[in-house]
Design a protein around this ligand. Structure first.
Ligand code: AHR
Length: 509
């Protein structure tokens, strides 16, 4: 058994963890929307206004804070007027990015807002800059948010929504260096500035505007963009970074059949997120030293080759313990950068890439990644505190990774005992496939763990995944212990993730 120490300083508060770091992404791609979250009112699958009840319940359970829509690459060919009004009149288009399937637009703005209402999350609207017009973008914002009697507000009312919706987050363009128009950064920046100017804060609806930022480690894009925009134009810039085991889109690797070496390469690629975030923040700092523009990681997650024989452009993939480790590592990284990252959206919520939920007819399964989001949800809205861990190291065939990763937060609300104690959430991942590890949690001498600790452990063989026949094969187990004193030991088996939720009390300074 290996040993490590995790040192925690509950009195050293670092930054607020925005709930939006636990956001999700939904795109008109494969079976994410149709045959995913949306089955239509006439479906035999239990639904409310067409939204699957089981999926809505599962996402509510995660306290899902924000959902991005309608894309992705789809966003830059989406014309919002195609998706409003009587369904039989809605325009049918070809989803040219994703398989060339016919999109009947039966899920549009009203349906998406209804989904967000049911989940109780913020909508994040990705506006078409690539093939749209400024007028179209401006009209969409007015249609959604204007209160008065403008023709667009009246049209929204005729379509069944009397009150304007609250829409905080808008992204203007998606991957405009690629599928969103193959633009250069300076051309995009000028376009972005024009578009954002005409997206107005109707009826007191303050907009948080997100410009299309870089892919992975493209620091040149960030430099060009940041040199041309300021915080009057944008509240945040996006970053897309996917974990591809081989590091190459040409041949990404299989979702369930992978070697030990491929596993460690996957973890290596995932941990690059830290270096990539730091690299972009350094560039942003030069142009925005007061940190008025946030980083928004609005696409991340694993991306494998499509299943053999599957339709291309559907991006359905299984989700194993490897994905759970990837999710845990990324979420720890986001927590630790919560001073500068305002939002992160895993791709994608249902049936696409690193999904929370997979569906097959009336059945759903929650993936190992869902389990991680469920374990980590107490970090939302808490305060990151200083912590450090002996990372140890692991790997094989020349690939070496730090095995342990952690983040720790305290909740600002006093615990019910009312003695100044705080709730603490500690999340640790053990990415080693070889070493079970005993981790000593150490508080300063003046601070004690007190009372009941809830310990959740997600652990299985790295290739394990849930199936429709065995939907709960990979599931976190929870136990309770009574903890006292300033040191406690937890044991993390190889390939596991642990969450501790308990109370700490600072006895004296
Ligand atoms: O998530 C799938 C695709 O990945 C998105 O549509 C695009 O933005 C990215 O390239």
């Amino acid at each position: 058994m290996k040993k490590a120490v995790l040192t925690i300083h509950p009195d050293k508060k670092l930054s607020h963890i925005a709930p939006e770091l636990y956001g999700q992404f939904s795109e008109h791609l494969g079976r994410c929307i149709y045959d995913g979250v949306f089955v239509g009112e006439s479906s035999d699958i239990p639904n409310t206004n067409g939204m699957r009840n089981d999926i809505v319940d599962a996402l509510r359970n995660l306290n899902l804070p924000v959902l991005r829509w309608p894309g992705g690459c789809f966003a830059d060919e989406y014309h919002w007027k195609d998706g409003i009004g009587p369904k039989e009149n809605r325009r049918k288009i070809i989803n040219s990015n994703w398989g060339g399937f016919v999109e009947d637009n039966s899920f549009g703005t009203h349906e998406f807002m209804e989904l967000c209402r049911q989940i109780d999350c913020e909508p994040y609207i990705a506006i078409n800059l690539g093939s749209g017009t400024i007028q179209e973008a401006a009209d969409w914002v007015e249609y959604m948010t204007a209160k008065d009697t403008s023709s667009l507000a009246e049209l929204r009312k005729e379509n069944g929504q009397e009150e304007p919706w609250k829409v905080k987050y808008i992204g203007i363009g998606n991957e405009n260096w690629g599928c969103g128009g193959s633009m250069s950064a300076d051309y995009y920046a000028n376009e972005y500035k024009r578009y954002q100017q005409f997206c107005k804060p109707y009826s007191g609806n303050a907009l948080y505007k997100i410009a299309c930022g870089p892919s992975a480690d493209d620091y040149c894009w960030t430099r060009e963009l940041m040199s041309r925009i300021n915080h009057f134009h944008a509240n945040g810039i996006s970053l897309h970074y996917y974990t591809i085991p081989t590091g190459s889109f040409e041949k990404k690797g299989n979702a369930i059949n992978f070697t030990e070496k491929e596993y460690y390469e996957t973890i290596f690629q995932t941990l690059r997120m830290e270096e990539i975030i730091n690299g972009h923040l350094r560039v942003m700092d030069k142009f925005d030293p007061e940190h008025k523009i946030d980083l928004v990681v609005d696409e991340w997650g694993t991306w494998y080759d499509e299943e053999p024989g599957a339709d291309s452009g559907v991006l359905y993939q299984q989700n194993t313990m490897r994905d759970a480790i990837v999710a845990a590592l990324n979420l720890n990284i986001f927590n630790k950068h919560s001073d500068r990252i305002a939002m992160a959206n895993i791709a994608q919520v249902v049936n696409v890439l690193q999904a929370m939920i997979l569906t097959d007819g009336a059945q759903i399964i929650k993936t190992p990644t869902y389990e991680v989001f469920n374990m980590y949800k107490e970090h939302q809205n808490a305060t990151l505190v200083k912590s450090s861990i002996d990372a140890l190291s692991s790997g094989c065939d020349g690939v070496t990774i730090p095995a342990l990763s952690e983040s720790v937060s305290i909740s600002e609300a006093d615990s019910p005992s009312g003695n100044g104690s705080k709730k603490i959430t500690i999340t640790v991942a053990n990415a080693s496939l070889a070493d079970d590890t005993e981790i000593e949690l150490c508080l300063p001498e003046t601070t004690q763990f007190i009372g009941e600790a809830t310990i959740s452990l997600l652990h299985d063989e790295v290739h394990s995944y849930n199936t429709f026949g065995q939907p709960e094969k990979v599931k976190a187990a929870e136990r309770k212990e009574t903890w006292n004193g300033n040191k406690q030991i937890i044991t993390l088996p190889a390939c596991s993730i642990c969450k501790v939720h308990c109370t700490v009390c600072i006895t004296s300074k």
